[in-house]
Design a protein. Structure first.
Length: 370
């Protein structure tokens, strides 16, 4: 399928995306190979997520408001209960102060009855003492008034304590505010999401139209250029495109674009390039042997042996300092062809001299090296 047909097919699927976004339903009849159906499904998923998130948020607000209302209702009941207790104490207070009566349903009537019993006991005991001349009627009144004052003081203290509870409940009530507002932005967010999706798809469609126009122009020009421009290789071999060519969109006539490397066969000579630090170059000479260990995952280590034929006269700046480029020539044999490729990397060792094992270990003992 040529590039133009590919663009036309892609444009057709993009138009189905626009139709789906506009109608709100999947208009793709067959599986889309360009990902536009997935784009619509993603848009639908985002819309559903928006609906669910706002619904969840509003449910949470609803729960919060209901919880606040329940708390307010509970506090109101507590306030009413405490006020009823205050009213019951006030009834007893009035009955004691005015020698009145207390209703039988008063929750504190037992306290009132206990007061009456104590009062009668004081009056009965005082009357007996008065008959015996041990106490006067004035003293009797003092005892009863003292009992009355103590009882009323206790009642007043209870009333004050209950009123403090009411004040505390009022403070709690004022801190509860069921004013958490609901989120009504769903429609506007869905409209924004749809507008963005349509804008993106329309921009891509515009880009397609421009690309198609440019491509048709290029095809027309290329047809004319093809009549005059053809590329030929002078010989057979391995094609190596020059790296700087790959970045160019156009190439001037006559520009070299590739090299033809000879095919790797038995007895083929290949070149090894190694960079040796400036501090180690003094012992390197032409004609010395090199051992090149190939850096590959092979069942066993493969080593190529060659001879140095060229040493650069000037160093090359590298990341870790200056180094001299040393070139060696290697002749391949049949068994090495299966794993040799142009551009392989590895470790290169230069053999600067040879000695017997005896002399090698003798030098080690003497602390000498070569």
């Amino acid at each position: 399928m040529n590039q133009k047909q590919e663009l036309l097919n892609k444009k057709e699927q993009l138009q189905l995306l626009l139709k789906s976004l506009t109608s709100g339903k999947n208009e793709f009849q067959v599986t889309d190979a360009y990902g536009y159906e997935k784009t619509f499904e993603s848009y639908e998923a985002q819309s559903s997520s928006l609906r669910e998130n706002i619904s969840k948020s509003n449910r949470a607000i609803d729960d919060q408001n209901n919880n606040i209302l329940n708390q307010q209702s509970a506090i109101s009941r507590q306030i009413a209960n405490v006020n009823n207790q205050i009213d019951a104490y006030i009834e007893i207070q009035n009955a004691v102060s005015n020698n009145g009566t207390v209703s039988s349903g008063n929750p504190y009537i037992a306290q009132y009855n206990n007061y009456l019993i104590q009062r009668k006991a004081i009056e009965s005991r005082a009357q007996n003492q008065e008959k015996l001349g041990e106490i006067s009627g004035q003293d009797i009144n003092k005892q009863t008034e003292s009992l009355k004052a103590q009882f009323l003081a206790g009642i007043s203290s209870s009333i004050d304590s209950l009123r403090e509870q009411v004040q505390s409940f009022d403070v709690q009530m004022s801190g509860l505010n069921a004013s958490n507002s609901y989120d009504y932005s769903l429609n506007s967010q869905l409209l924004t999401l749809k507008t963005q999706a349509l804008a993106s798809a329309n921009k891509e469609l515009s880009d397609f139209n421009s690309a198609l126009t440019d491509l048709e122009t290029k095809i027309s020009l290329q047809k004319q250029a093809n009549k005059y421009n053809e590329i030929f290789a002078e010989k057979e071999g391995v094609l190596h495109v020059l790296p700087n060519i790959l970045e160019n969109k156009t190439i001037p006539a006559g520009t070299p674009i590739a090299q033809i490397y000879p095919p790797l066969k038995n007895k083929t000579q290949v070149y090894l390039a190694s960079y040796i630090p400036s501090s180690q170059i003094s012992g390197i000479k032409r004609g010395q042997k090199v051992r090149f260990t190939i850096q590959q995952n092979l069942p066993k280590t493969e080593i190529l042996t060659g001879t140095i034929y060229q040493i650069d006269s000037a160093p090359t700046p590298l990341k870790n300092g200056n180094a001299y480029k040393v070139s060696a020539l290697v002749t391949l044999d049949k068994k090495e062809l299966s794993y040799i490729r142009y551009g392989l990397g590895g470790k290169c060792v230069v053999i600067t001299g040879q000695k017997t094992y005896f002399n090698y270990y003798l030098d080690k003992i003497k602390g000498e090296s070569s």
